[in-house]
Ligand binder design. Structure first.
Ligand code: COA
Length: 164
């Protein structure tokens, strides 16, 4: 049985992430999307909100589960019995960081390998920060995120505006 983890911040999930989820879930028995509770980033959405958004947009994939984690990715992978870590490579700029991360993880746990998917061209430029910036200034984000995520973002920015 091949169980893989696709980790990330997913603040919020974009079509670029969904592209990786669709393609990687097609070649493994089970894909666990791991939402990092990252203390270094100041997220727009809470971990639970990110998990729920991901659950909604991955409903069509029966072998995909979504869960949150904190701490080291390799510990999370070990606890869940995963033997693969999935990452997407958008551009050459991603490469150095990803190589370092996969090699470090492999030294810590040689039984767990990282596999990379090259992001489909139409999403190569996408990042969650860009989407947030466009949404913050009222731009159209329908090309970047599913409708449910778009609604959640509009609601979040409206709440923030009401509070300020
Ligand atoms: N399509 C669109 N956007 C993508 C993408 C894709 N296929 N792949 C990545 N991105 C974007 C993300 O949206 C994110 O954008 P942002 O910086 O604007 O928010 C950015 O690229 C970074 O991506 P992400 O994959 O979410 O990386 P991350 O840095 O948030 O998380 C972890 C990477 C979770 C794998 C890593 O930090 C980790 O393992 N942390 C746990 C602690 C640990 O084990 N550390 C030691 C590692 S050796």
């Amino acid at each position: 049985m091949t169980r893989a983890i696709y980790p990330g911040s997913f603040d919020p999930v974009t079509f670029g992430h969904l592209d990786i989820i669709r393609r990687s879930s097609a070649i493994v028995d089970e894909l666990i999307v791991g939402v990092l509770n990252n203390r270094c980033k100041d997220p727009l959405f809470t971990v639970m909100e990110r998990v729920r958004m991901l659950e909604t947009v991955t409903k069509e994939f029966p072998n995909v589960k979504v869960t949150s984690f904190s701490g080291l990715l390799i510990d999370f992978a070990t606890e869940t019995g995963a033997n693969l870590i999935v990452r997407g490579l958008r551009a050459i700029t991603d490469f150095e960081y990803e190589l370092q991360m996969s090699q470090t993880n492999h030294i810590m746990k040689p039984g767990i390998d990282t596999i990379f998917f090259t992001t489909s061209l139409e999403y190569a430029y996408l990042s969650s920060s860009t989407v947030k910036e466009v949404a913050m200034y009222g731009g159209d984000i329908s090309h970047f995120v599913p409708e449910s995520v778009m609604d959640a973002m509009n609601e979040k920015f409206q709440q923030k505006e009401e509070l300020s």
